[in-house]
Write a protein that binds this ligand. Structure first.
Ligand code: V47
Length: 369
């Protein structure tokens, strides 16, 4: 069947396409249909239509470096092979000098996350931000997930808002979207029961938005979550983005994170390439109030990330440098990519590469060669 230029093998997609064309919001059941369809060509056309409506043919990327100052962590999340306990062979902590040695003027962004170190005071995390900002004032800082922000507030016996203000004064520009995992109490109990749940996660992001700090949001999928829990997670994010106050900033990018099973014991449920693409497309179509869906090549792999650019993704992260979280869990993607490689991936997808900074300001548009 042909509807508005798209040939549908899966007729269940037709009413969803009609809603997309009319600008109507998709419902929970639509999300489930999108996550189950085998009609990938039609799904790609629908998600690409939504991406083009927002961002034209542009796909943004960032020249960044990921820095993970320590993997020592008081938490024990089932899906995390990165975290370590004191005495573990893979445990490490970097000095301030070692952290600073990873920063250089040519970067637009540093992305810093670590573990909840059993001994480090908040001052040590704050100093990482303030020293990077002092020595590299042009490099923007995306640092610490909601899990870490909440931990700092508890260490300092103060409010989340106070911690964010102190980090902002030290030079923090934006918050990454990690630690959201899946906003399902069932999944939380089984895989990350000592970590903050959705209540605190949203509290941190709302406080950041009020203070003018833009943030991202993630979903960790491909483990014990159901399709319904995935869709519900996206809808909760859409509602939070809607509920912002008039002077609040908001979420910039949604990043579906494909679980890297490594030694986590969760390998059986690892998402297939098709499931990755469905999740990216579904998020583009459901999250109608998010500027971008990010293809995170580290966890998708380069080939799927390239394909995701025709399934609704308009943001490609990034040059990275030396990624650890996925690679401790045996991810097979490279540890970093050159700027030229990202430009080529975007052009291969038929899109125009746009280099951005951490705040989504345009650094350079790579017009057709
Ligand atoms: O919160 C942990 C996830 C997140 C594994 O905001 C794993 O721009 C897959 O949040 N397999 C941290 N995922 C990474 C993150 C992120 C990445 C890229 C960009 C942005 C952004 C944020 O990684 C954690 C957790 O959900 N994670 N272990 C694993 N084995």
């Amino acid at each position: 069947m042909l509807a508005e230029g798209v040939a549908f093998r899966d007729r269940a997609l037709v009413p969803i396409w009609e809603k997309v064309l009319a600008g109507d919001r998709l419902a929970f059941d639509d999300g489930i249909t999108l996550l189950q369809t085998v009609d990938l060509p039609a799904l790609a056309r629908m998600a690409d239509h939504a991406a083009r409506a927002r961002n034209g043919d542009r796909v943004q990327f960032v020249v960044n470096r990921q820095i993970n100052p320590t993997n020592l962590c008081v938490l024990s999340c089932v899906f995390c092979d990165f975290a370590a306990k004191p005495g573990d062979a893979h445990a490490y902590e970097q000095s301030l000098e070692e952290v600073l040695a990873q920063v250089s003027e040519e970067l637009s962004e540093v992305h810093i996350v670590g573990g909840l170190h059993p001994k480090w005071p908040f001052a040590r995390y704050l100093e990482i931000v303030s020293e990077i900002h002092r020595q590299f004032p042009r490099v923007q800082i995306k640092a610490w997930t909601a899990v870490e922000i909440d931990w700092f507030a508890r260490l300092e016996k103060t409010t989340i808002e106070d911690i964010l203000i102190r980090l902002q004064e030290a030079g923090l520009n934006t918050l990454p979207g990690g630690g959201a995992e899946v906003f399902s109490d069932r999944v939380r109990k089984e895989t990350f029961k000592t970590k903050i749940g959705r209540g605190k996660w949203f509290e941190v992001h709302r406080a950041a938005h009020r203070l003018g700090i833009m943030t991202n949001a993630t979903l960790l999928y491909g483990h014990i979550e159901t399709l319904g829990e995935r869709v519900d997670h996206m809808i909760q994010l859409r509602e939070a983005q809607d509920d912002r106050g008039p002077s609040d900033v908001g979420f910039q990018s949604f990043i579906p994170l494909a679980l890297q099973p490594g030694n986590t014991g969760l390998a059986e449920r690892q998402a297939s390439v098709l499931e990755d693409l469905r999740t990216v497309a579904c998020s583009r179509l459901l999250l109608d109030n998010f500027p971008h869906i990010k293809a995170y090549w580290v966890m998708l792999g380069e080939d799927s990330a390239g394909m995701a650019l025709n399934f609704g993704a308009s943001d490609l992260d990034g040059t990275i440098g030396e990624e650890k979280i996925a690679h401790f869990a045996q991810a097979t993607s490279p540890v970093g990519l050159a700027r030229e490689r990202l430009v080529r991936m975007i052009r291969d997808a038929g899109k125009t590469p746009v280099e951005r900074d951490a705040l989504y300001n345009v650094v350079q548009v790579w017009e057709a060669a």
